[in-house]
Design a protein around this ligand. Structure first.
Ligand code: 13P
Length: 249
């Protein structure tokens, strides 16, 4: 399905201090002057969400978190819950990023619980999936991603706003990207798995591509059928680079 309004989301990961808000403000000012037909979001570290929400209030840039706990509150030292992100000014939240699946041992069941918590808090989750290089080389990319989609989406996603992001682990931060044909193949498989899991509720949610998206490859990637947006890491840290991607959408 061709989706006209795309979601271009920036994931700052563990980067950004107060001074970095200047980049967010520059992005907002540029979009004030040349409004985009697409949705544009920044996901800064949790420490910057409230400040960024205040700095960008009234503008078009949406704000998201990068992770949330599956519980709304409780004795979970160091964790941030979905209602807290919402309260700080976020409208979206990334869940199940491969850096959390790999570095923090998050399973599909954990990701589904976080996705459910995000939806319950009124956030729009961006649920990440993606194969490792070993899995791709073994010819298992589609199988792995299908299983992740089936296991990471809770029933409540069927009636909620959400997105899935396909981020091949080997493409993240490496400058490598799959071919456009490979991206299309996996995105079609993700769509089929979303519909298998949620029925009609899985038909329209956008499927973002993530992994070394840059201003110079964004146009081609975003034109691939079933690519409904991008999840951008490194190139979202500078307003000029991120704008280049938004303009290419
Ligand atoms: P890069 O764009 O830096 O490859 O990161 C992609 C990513 O992990 C976004 O979530």
């Amino acid at each position: 399905m061709k989706q006209s309004v795309k979601l271009i989301a920036g994931n700052w990961k563990m980067n950004g201090l107060s001074a970095s808000l200047a980049e967010a403000k520059a992005l907002r000012e540029a979009l004030d002057g040349e409004p985009s037909a697409h949705r544009v979001a920044l996901c800064p570290p949790a420490t910057l969400i409230a400040q960024m929400a205040w700095a960008l209030r009234g503008g078009a840039v949406e704000i998201g978190g990068q992770d949330c706990h599956a519980k709304a509150s409780g004795a979970f030292t160091g964790s941030v819950s979905a209602p807290m992100l919402k309260d700080a000014g976020a409208g979206l939240v990334i869940v199940g990023h491969s850096e959390r699946r790999q570095g923090f041992g998050e399973t599909d069941a954990d990701v589904a619980a976080k996705t459910e918590a995000a939806i319950a808090a009124g956030l729009e989750p961006i649920v990440c999936v993606g194969e490792t290089l070993d899995q791709r080389e073994a010819g298992k990319a589609v199988e792995v991603v299908r299983a992740q989609v089936l296991g990471s989406l809770p029933d409540s996603a069927g009636t909620a706003a959400f997105a899935v992001a396909y981020e091949p682990v080997w493409a993240i931060g490496t400058g490598l990207t799959p071919t456009l044909e490979q991206i299309e193949e996996v995105h079609r498989a993700v769509r089929a798995a979303m519909v298998e899991r949620l029925g009609q509720g899985g038909e329209t949610a956008p499927i973002l591509y993530g992994g070394s998206v840059k201003p110079d490859n964004a146009r081609d990637i975003l034109a691939v059928p079933e690519v409904g947006g991008a999840l951008v890491g490194g190139a979202s840290l500078k307003a000029a680079d991120f704008l280049g991607i938004v303009r290419a959408a």
